[in-house]
Design a protein around this ligand. Structure first.
Ligand code: PMV
Length: 331
């Protein structure tokens, strides 16, 4: 039973989505990657289920986020990963979870490589702790979120939830099995145009099939991961110095490599071409690929690029990544 003396009637939390500027997939194999939060995200409200149905915890998706309700019990119509997430929550929070109704809303298109699962996981855990009036340390937050991300993603590198939790631009690299995370001190706010090329087939599948191709093309793929690591290193320095044109060029080079890794699609290439034609300094896919989102760095042409993508029949919006606040990032 909930402790009615302490728990909140309703608790809210919000977490941002993210983009990966360079290093997606290569990061799983030890390369450096750069990621940034965006000003679209997911909001979670946790309250007590007043229905008396006692069907266990439930997630209700509203707005553009999810359709319908997902319950832990057998009648659930929701996606299997959400049922597994509910099962994890019930185990982690025992009886209290049975009485929780979780409502999810937000402005982040799901399944597009913009960090919707990490954003959901972080907002969810923070809201549950607030609801239960419990202290939440960074360490415990990361443990719960890693468990949820493993349900959503299979074998996550950890970059998505690292950037969502830190809410600032970060550099991320695994060294001897430990994630090295540090803030990237952007010299100025960064505006990015985001275009949605369509839903992707899931990060889990993308990571798995790349792993299979890697077995056949070990030498070529390993060289590409090495090059992407160096591109990330150069891009970090260029971001710190505010060399936007150089960053854009590096984004174009990274996109070429992602295409070589079979992660691009005709739609992604089309959106990159539209963005570059309309004056973007650089454009590339972001996240798992095989669909999902494209990011374009522009220098004043953001509106034109965004409108051109929309005119071609795709969703597009402009997002601002604030320059570094240089908060320490706990490891
Ligand atoms: O879930 P997405 O689309 O943001 O992709 C995550 C980034 C990958 O490098 C593809 C996977 C990972 O865990 O790092």
């Amino acid at each position: 039973m909930l402790d009615f003396a302490t728990h909140a009637d309703i608790a809210f939390s919000y977490a941002p989505g993210k983009v990966i500027l360079v290093g997606e997939h290569a990061v799983v194999y030890g390369a450096k990657a750069l990621a940034m939060p965006i000003d679209h995200g997911i909001r979670v409200a946790v309250s007590r289920d007043m229905s008396g149905r006692l069907q266990g915890p439930m997630i209700r998706g509203i707005g553009p986020f999810f359709m319908g309700d997902t319950f832990l019990d057998r009648k659930s119509k929701g996606p299997q990963v959400l049922t597994s997430a509910l099962s994890y929550l019930q185990e982690a929070f025992s009886v209290a979870a049975e009485e929780m109704m979780i409502v999810v809303d937000g402005s982040l298109p799901p399944g597009c490589g913009l960090g919707s699962s990490a954003s959901l996981s972080v907002a969810l855990i923070r809201a549950i702790y607030r609801f239960l009036a419990k202290e939440l340390s960074d360490q415990v937050l990361r443990e719960h979120v890693l468990a949820l991300e493993t349900i959503f993603h299979g074998r996550p590198s950890g970059i998505d939830h690292a950037v969502v939790i830190s809410a600032q631009a970060i550099s991320f690299k695994h060294h001897a099995g430990i994630a090295q995370i540090s803030p990237v001190l952007l010299s100025q706010d960064l505006q990015l145009v985001i275009g949605i090329a369509g839903p992707h087939d899931g990060t889990k599948n993308a990571v798995k099939s790349l792993g299979e191709r890697l077995k056949r093309q070990e030498q070529a793929y390993t060289r590409i991961f090495c090059d992407l690591d160096q591109i990330a290193e150069s891009m970090e320095q260029a971001l710190i110095k505010g060399q936007r044109a150089f960053v854009g060029e590096l984004m174009n080079i990274a996109q070429g490599y992602l295409n070589a890794l079979s992660l691009s699609t005709p739609e992604i290439e089309k959106l990159c071409a539209i963005a570059r034609d309309r004056g973007a300094l650089g454009a590339k896919l972001t996240g798992a690929g095989g669909g999902g989102a494209v990011i374009a760095l522009c220098d004043g042409a953001e509106g034109e690029v965004c409108n051109a993508i929309k005119a071609a029949g795709y969703q597009s919006f402009i997002t601002t990544v604030p320059k570094a606040h240089n908060s320490p990032i706990p490891n």
